[in-house]
Design a protein. Structure first.
Length: 340
């Protein structure tokens, strides 16, 4: 990522030191278990943690390994080469070096691509603006099979996300395919994360604490580790220990709203490593831009009224994109803004 900018050191002095407690572990769920066991275990994990790991998930290990190798090859290129597919305000897909407009740097570089190579989103966050704009993936020339590899991986992980969404729906007492239709023309995306070794681990985070605005996130991480989850019951930061061959799953904001707060989207962050580089690959499972998100009607009654006003996925995305790129301090919209 180049020389250390003194402004980076100054901008990160407010960040917490990456301390955590070694108590409790994120549940590991075997997806080959019986349907009844899965529904029970996934429901409990969503309610208690908002996070869990899955094994025997059906994504071929050779597919995962191939994507890891080609992601590494991409990030090892020169900055000039990577910036040929750099994202901008017009197209949020492509390469990004971690710096944002508030002069704070997450200690990482990323490459984003859509599951559907081209999709549409609202042109602005304004409620009455009906104009749409097109997002299109940018693919680098090197590695030569990069696009083919990444698209194959996305298709495999997308299948897993649908299976998990079915189990989560069933655990809420809903029909399995309750939300399948929401993902036609989806905004789902994959992010390749590369975290270089950091000489100032007490001053920086790979990713600051945040919640995911997706329905679900399906994460593959290497054996270095660094992901930490804020435990709901105590507020402690719990490290997610790497499990060979496992995916880490977390509930996003959309499932929190659909479940009417039964399942919570939980804060998490990534700490850096002074000696080792780290990589991870999250898949963010997003509905289509036209989908309106609100609590499931089956879960709402006089004793448990709706806790959120409905909101539009595309407008939510457009607001996030605006705050990421506008050169002023714009607050990211959050689901709590829609709380009743």
């Amino acid at each position: 990522m180049g020389e250390i900018d003194p402004a980076f050191i100054q901008s990160t002095e407010h960040r917490p030191k990456p301390t955590f407690v070694e108590v409790g572990e994120i549940p590991i769920i075997d997806l080959s278990e019986s349907r009844e066991e899965l529904i029970s275990k996934i429901g409990k994990a969503c309610e208690d943690w908002g996070f869990f790991q899955v094994i025997n998930h059906g994504v071929p290990c050779e597919v995962i390994r191939k994507v890891e190798i080609e992601a590494k090859e991409f990030f090892e290129q020169s900055v000039e080469e990577k910036k040929k597919v750099k994202r901008d305000e017009a197209n949020a897909m492509g390469y990004h070096d971690g710096e944002n407009t508030k002069n704070v740097r997450d200690w990482k570089e990323v490459f984003d691509y859509l599951v559907e190579n081209t999709t549409q989103v609202p042109a602005s966050h304004e409620p009455h603006d009906l104009e749409l704009r097109t997002l299109t993936n940018q693919w680098p020339q090197y590695p030569p099979h990069f696009r083919e590899t990444m698209e194959g991986y996305a298709r495999e992980v997308e299948k897993l996300a649908y299976k998990l969404l079915e189990q989560i729906s069933l655990s809420l007492g809903l029909v399995a395919d309750k939300y399948h239709g929401c993902f036609k023309n989806q905004l789902s995306m994959v992010r390749l994360n590369h975290y270089p070794p950091c000489p100032f681990p007490d001053l920086a985070l790979g990713v600051g604490h945040h919640k995911d605005s997706s329905a679900l996130t399906v994460l593959s991480q290497d054996n270095v580790g660094g992901l930490q989850v804020k435990r709901k019951s105590t507020g402690d930061w719990i490290p997610v220990k790497p499990t060979p061959g496992a995916f880490i799953i977390n509930v996003g904001d959309i499932v929190q709203v659909w479940s009417n707060d039964k399942y919570e989207s939980v804060e998490h962050r990534v700490v850096v490593n002074i000696e080792k580089e780290r990589s991870s690959i999250p898949f963010f499972f997003f509905p289509a831009h036209h989908v309106m998100v609100k609590p499931a009607e089956e879960l709402v009654n006089e004793q448990n009224p709706a806790r959120y006003r409905e909101y539009n996925v595309g407008k939510f995305y457009a607001n996030r994109n605006r705050s990421d790129f506008q050169k002023r301090d714009v607050e990211n919209i959050q689901i709590h803004h829609f709380r009743i």
